[in-house]
Every structure is written in structure tokens, then in C-alpha cells.
Design a protein around this ligand. Sequence first.
Ligand code: FES
Length: 222
Amino acid sequence: MTRYKRQDPEITRRKFINVAMGTTAAVGGVSLLSALGSANPVFRLTADKMPPLEGDILVHAEESKEGRPIALADLSDQLVRAWPMGKDENGADVIRKGDPNNILALYRFPAGEIVAPTNLEATVDGQVVAYSDVCTHAGCSVSDSDINAGEMRCPCHSGQFAPKRGAVVIGGPPPKPLAQLPIRQDGERLVVAGFFLTPPYPYHNNEAEWDNLKQEVEEALA
Ligand code: FES
């Protein structure tokens, strides 16, 4: 289990702010600006704002069952939204929703339906796959409910992704696929197996900034 060991880390994420504040991201009606705290110009990489980390448990994001660990039986070809849940500096559970860009999309498809360019080794038995649920166009949550099973469409500008094929873009303006999150099964639970395989929003066009964030997270956890 990944533990967050650092007490009140004074990590000033100025480069992160330059990326994040330069957006007009609105995920689920929550602006990134308000999430970071407009009264506090210093973004601190606290446990609730860290990106999904190895060992985090995937929990439901839906309000009625938020925080409940997601089981395989909860999943289908309909999108299920999830948060990563890790530990804070005191060892208490913390849902990493302090950064709304941590919201995830989970799917479960019959064996053989998930294909390249999905990284199958980063799925559970080639049947359960997790992606960033934040659109690479302008940061909306890709959770349009008025779609058919197995489809993925952003409600903001109708960007479409193919969840069986690495969430590649199949329609609309998004410039990049959704980032895939490696996951594994641990008993009844689904667990994060590492960082996103490619830079998620808002880093999707700046791999160096994503690499910097990962390095700072690793240093904070050391
Ligand atoms: S924000 Fe998703 S298509 Fe524009």
C-alpha cells in the first residue's frame, strides 16, 4: 500500500499552476480554479491532490456510494466513474478528489473485446480497463449518460472515444486519447498499479511537466 509520508509538504507547484490555471477546465461542474482555491495561490501537493498512485484503491465516485470500493461485479460496458483512494500522512483513507482531474472511468468488457492500442497488461484479465475521465479537449468529464453501452462521449463538444481501443479519439475535437491507468485486482478490490501510462489532462500536451509531477510525487513519498 502506498503511504503518504510527508507532513504538510511545502511543495509549490508553480509549473503545475501555470498549466492548470491556464485552462478553463470544468469537471462535473467544479472549476479547477475553485478546486485549487482561488484564495490560496500556492498549490500544495497534499494527499488528496496527488495523482492516482500505485496501491490506491478504486472507489465509487457516484454520490450515493462515494468511497465504497469498486468490485468487479459493479462493472459492465457502461461507464462507472471512480476516484483513487490512498492514505494521508496519518495513515487515514483519503479520496484523491482534491484535484478533480483525478476522476476515472472504468469499463468491463467480455474477454477478447478490448484490443490494441489498449495496453492489455495494464488491464484486469483483458476485461477491465481504467482511463482518465477528463477530456483532452478542454477538460470536461467524459460522462455523457445519453449514450449506448461501450460508447464514450464528452458532453461539452461531442468528443468521442473508443474505450475498447485505448480510448482513441473517434470523433469531435479532442486532440489526444484519454490516458490509460494501469490497474490490477487485489482480492475483491481493484487497485492502481502505477502512474497513468501517458500524460493525462492537463499534461496531455506537455510530457515534461507530467514527468516533473511524477518526480515530485516520488520525492514526497520517499
Ligand atoms: S471538452 Fe470534451 S469535446 Fe470539448
